[in-house]
Design a protein around this ligand. Structure first.
Ligand SMILES: Cc1cc2nc3c(=O)[nH]c(=O)nc-3n(C[C@H](O)[C@H](O)[C@H](O)COP(=O)(O)OP(=O)(O)OC[C@H]3O[C@@H](n4cnc5c(N)ncnc54)[C@H](O)[C@@H]3O)c2cc1C
Length: 381
């Protein structure tokens, strides 16, 4: 696709996103859903009908084969205007869809991708365990080979949207003698399978997703629901994480820009000592720093998207964009709270929601300490 047609396509798609948000989840509805803990699962079929869930996937499955740079811009716009929809978009398209594309079997792709693109199928990642957070290679959930499939026993925790998902993409230890990252296999487990017990976890932000602790007791997984090669699951998972990191970074950039814009508007309208807050150098400079940081994070995120679109290696750039975008979001949301002061602390303020949600991103989807380890490793250290 040449640059002019990419730009035209992008404009049309971003207009579609704006129309979708205006119609289904405008600012007041976003606030209501946050207050009522009502994630927008019900909007997924409409998002599919608007053509927004198939952007990077081949036409054969109902997609549009568009470059990743466009997916990134959609994530950013959703982050800016309806962040909880952006989070769901990330787990569905960037994680679930791209995992199927990259290491799912053709039968799994043919069955699940068209449903996902229509907004009728969602995916959750059930990786984290009580004893394995950052140390993802330390998972203990065990799958034993039986006739026609596997029996899975163990416990997963903090899996987002697991109960609402069509399948939980579940890494299991299939070779008990292999250590760390070896001997792990990805399995597709429906949340209503016999032997699955779910307990909902309560949290302080990100009301747009649900969180689950999951008991797995001798759950039967047919061979057809093994995703990717047996014992290579960890490497498969790692080979697709840059998509989800790119999605998360773009959503964080959108949310960060929203925080800056809310703070600018407040600085222009709130008068103290006879002048708008934006006339005080301490506030002006703080806002200038906030915008510079968001622009820096945006450029790194767009650079990552270009590498993904070009099929270039991007392990370091994905970790870098994730760190910079999420730390920028956390910092500008904190600065935004300072500029709004009591107005930001009020329950109806959008700034407090951004600030609460932001706290997750520096440790969710791989902590920023682990991202720094990845960057250092890529630097040969
Ligand atoms: C709202 C929410 C949604 C989530 N969604 C999902 C999901 O959908 N699927 C899923 O599988 N998981 C999910 N998680 C889990 C999330 O990925 C983990 O919280 C994260 O991986 C960190 O694990 P932990 O919380 O056990 O922290 P720990 O691993 O215990 O880490 C605690 C601290 O120690 C630091 N640390 C640990 N090891 C090192 C090291 N080697 N060097 C330096 N510092 C280190 C960490 O960086 C962190 O700061 C979610 C969590 C939350 C809160």
């Amino acid at each position: 696709m040449d640059k002019a047609s990419t730009d035209d396509t992008l404009r049309l798609i971003l207009d579609t996103v704006d129309r979708f948000v205006d119609q289904h989840i405008p600012a007041e509805e976003l606030r209501r859903r946050d207050r009522d803990h009502a994630p927008p699962f019900d909007l997924m079929p409409a998002l599919g009908a608007a053509g927004l869930l198939g952007l990077p996937f081949p036409e054969a499955y109902g997609g549009q084969t568009l470059p990743w740079s466009i997916v990134t811009r959609v994530e950013e716009r959703l982050g800016y205007r309806a962040s909880m929809l952006g989070t769901l978009y990330d787990t569905t398209v960037c994680f679930g869809g791209m995992s199927l594309m990259t290491y799912g079997t053709e039968a799994q792709r043919a069955d699940l991708l068209p449903k996902m693109i229509r907004g009728e199928a969602m995916f959750a990642l059930a990786l984290t365990e009580p004893g394995a957070g950052s140390d993802a290679g330390g998972i203990q959930t065990r799958a034993k080979k039986v006739d026609g499939g596997w029996r899975v026993t163990g416990r997963k925790t903090w899996s987002s949207n697991a109960k609402q998902a069509t399948y939980m993409v579940t890494p299991c230890r299939t070779d008990p003698d292999a250590t760390a990252h070896r001997g792990i296999t990805m399995m597709l487990i429906p949340p209503d399978a016999e032997g699955v017990a779910m307990t909902e976890l309560q949290k302080i932000g990100n009301a747009g997703l649900t969180s689950w602790d999951i008991g797995l007791d001798e759950v039967f997984v047919p061979d057809a629901d093994v995703m990717g090669e047996v014992n290579r699951g960890f490497y498969n998972l790692m080979s697709t994480l840059h998509y989800a990191r790119a999605g998360l970074a773009a959503s964080a950039v959108g949310q960060a820009q929203r925080a800056v814009d809310i703070a600018i508007e407040h600085a222009q309208t709130r008068v103290q000592f006879g002048q708008p807050l934006g006339g005080f150098q301490a506030v002006r400079h703080r806002l200038a720093d906030m915008q510079m940081r968001v622009d820096q994070a945006r450029l790194m995120t767009y650079h990552l998207a270009d590498l993904i679109s070009a099929g270039e290696p991007c392990r370091r750039e994905a970790a870098q964009a994730k760190v910079i975008a999420t730390e920028t979001l956390l910092d500008v949301a904190n600065d935004g709270m300072q500029i709004l002061a009591s107005a930001g602390y009020a329950a109806e303020s959008d700034m407090q929601r951004i600030w609460r949600d932001a706290r997750l991103y520096t440790f969710g989807e791989g902590t920023n300490e682990i991202q720094r380890d990845i960057i250092a490793k890529e630097l040969g250290l």
